[in-house]
Design a protein around this ligand. Structure first.
Ligand code: PRP
Length: 537
């Protein structure tokens, strides 16, 4: 029976009429801009060898690529990125060309997104690469084209944020760190996870770099952050990166586009891709990054041609999907709160912030509740993450347990130190969970956390997803143990279970949508400052 003949696979979709027209119109507008500036079109195959992307430079995990094999059994992938194939093309087909070469493309990339996240796996990108020119003028050309690309395709307002890979590496290179510590610092800086970054840095031997790294995720906003950064940390390399950004900004100012530019020194080079300037575009009405780019001087050499390059890619779907109800400076800031366990303490926190919570306490069946000029939304924990990730809510209060299980793209800016509990592995009293050779079965409401815990121990276990009262599973003989949250420990005790090992401490966190943070910076920072003060009372 043809079970799937009438539907498209999850992550893909049809585009009909207006939707296809919108896409075509964005692509045509962008192509016209590229052609005006003498960029020439290239098309690379949708299917490439896995080796083109296997060095981890794209930031896409190998597991998230669509893999196939060719006629000889060699692994191929549907391209997850456009820059690597173009680097391959330049290093092979254009190595004798008169550089610089200016190329543009309109073609899709394919990345497996998590199920039911409202994202397509096939992403139409439109972008340019300026290859063979390592100068400031080349960066200016590409950045001003990025501004122009957004201005020609968007009706509402937008911002382009600029950072520099060199500033962060100048600090990091002076420190004696393991590869894991480096990766964690990168990750926490990029996700503006001040709490986790602070914890990690406090465990290291004190040095001047630590103070600078702690401040780095907060170094974003207008051009003044460059002076702040200069005071915070001084070295020849870091000054070079800051001088570069300053000159770049001044040139963009002369071109009349500086009001569209914000600086973020917390933009770091997680994927080893970028070597100099990095930039991202955010649009009013979109919760995601609509444009991203930067300088990548070492990438083409991986294909055998030493050649500097700079470029950007626009997410065409994201531009077409700009909606009024997503981040929009006209509507009140919207805060998603977690129902249940964290609800009372969140309301109390609002009260400590001096907010009038009467309507929130007497909400009845209302789902969007006005709170003193803000809007509060009460939802289940995983939904708080979804609403914030998509930008329909700007800020969220949610437990670290849910973040660990449903990790996603947002800034995790504060540990509220409320709703404290811990993840544990527990099993029936008197039983040695680790004894014997039989494969263990573990029940959990948090299958990802449970699987990762056992993976880190090199232990192969069966994890069964249970929706609630997970303590029942070992009592009924379904599982040998459970991975769950424990607060007072009374549920475990009353059911004859004991904690075998603690997995991680949990508390409520504040998360912020990435685009909101950039487009509504002042309002969000002032709200967060009030919240931080209140959380310490
Ligand atoms: C959590 C958790 C445990 C219990 C632990 O469940 O899954 O069952 O609380 O708390 P304690 O250590 O204070 O006894 P929750 O109350 O969130 O309900 P659920 O099982 O319906 O999800």
């Amino acid at each position: 029976m043809k079970r799937y003949a009438n539907i498209t696979p999850e992550g893909s979709r049809d585009f009909l009429f207006e939707e296809s027209d919108d896409r075509k119109s964005v692509e045509s507008t962008l192509s016209a801009l590229y052609k005006e500036k003498n960029y020439r079109k290239v098309i690379t195959p949708a299917i490439e060898y896995f080796d083109v992307f296997s060095n981890g430079n794209t930031g896409v995990e190998a597991d998230d690529m669509y893999k196939l094999t060719d006629n000889y059994g060699r692994t191929t992938v549907l391209r997850p990125d456009n820059t690597m194939p173009i680097a391959r093309l330049v290093a092979t087909r254009l190595r004798d060309a008169a550089f610089p070469v200016r190329l543009y493309y309109n073609q899709n990339v394919f990345v497996k997104n998590k199920a039911h996240a409202g994202r397509t796996d096939e992403i139409p990108q439109s972008g340019i690469e300026l290859i063979g020119d390592g100068s400031l003028d080349a960066d200016i050309e590409v950045i001003s084209m990025a501004v122009e690309a957004l201005s020609r395709t968007l009706r509402g307002s937008y911002k382009l944020e600029i950072g520099h890979a060199g500033f962060f590496s100048a600090i990091l290179d002076k420190m004696d760190l393991t590869a894991t510590q480096k990766a964690d610092i990168c990750n926490f800086t990029e996700s503006k996870n001040y709490a986790a970054l602070g914890d990690l840095l406090n465990r290291l031997k004190p040095c001047p770099e630590i103070a600078a790294l702690k401040r780095l995720p907060r170094l974003f906003g207008s051009v003044e952050v460059l002076d702040e950064a200069r005071k915070l940390y001084k070295s020849a390399e870091s000054n070079r990166a800051l001088d570069y950004l300053k000159t770049l900004f001044e040139k963009l100012e002369k071109m009349g586009v500086s009001d569209k530019i914000i600086i973020d020194l917390g933009l770091v080079n997680r994927s080893n891709y970028y070597t100099g300037v990095i930039f991202r575009g955010y649009a009013d009405g979109s919760g995601v990054t609509v444009l991203s780019g930067g300088r990548y001087d070492n990438l083409i050499s991986e294909f055998g041609l030493d050649c500097p390059a700079v470029g950007f890619a626009v997410d065409v779907n994201a531009l077409c999907e700009v909606k009024n109800e997503v981040i929009n400076a006209e509507r009140p800031l919207r805060i998603a709160l977690t129902k249940g366990r964290l609800e009372k303490s969140s309301v109390k926190l609002f009260q400590k912030m001096g907010l009038d919570t009467k309507e929130l306490e007497n909400k009845g069946r209302r789902l969007i509740i006005p709170v003193d000029g803000y809007e509060a939304v009460l939802s289940k924990a995983p939904d708080v993450i979804t609403y914030v990730e998509h930008g329909v809510c700007d800020i969220g209060v949610v437990g670290k347990d849910t973040i660990a299980e449903h990790s996603s793209a947002f800034y995790e800016v504060m540990d509220l130190n409320i709703g404290k509990c811990r993840f544990v592995l527990a099993c029936p009293q008197g039983v040695d969970f680790y004894a014997g050779y039989k494969r263990k079965t573990v029940a959990s409401k948090y299958p990802k956390v449970a699987s990762e815990f056992f993976k880190s121990k090199g232990m192969d276990v069966d994890v069964i997803k249970i929706e609630g009262s997970v303590e029942l599973a070992p009592l009924l003989g379904l599982a040998d143990g459970i991975v769950d949250i424990v607060e007072t420990g009374s549920t475990l005790k009353e059911n004859g279970l004991v904690a075998v090992e603690e997995i991680m401490p949990i508390s409520a966190r504040v998360i912020v949508n990435i685009a909101s943070m950039k487009l509504r910076k002042e309002e969000i920072e002032s709200f967060l400052a009030d919240m931080e003060l209140a959380s310490k009372v």
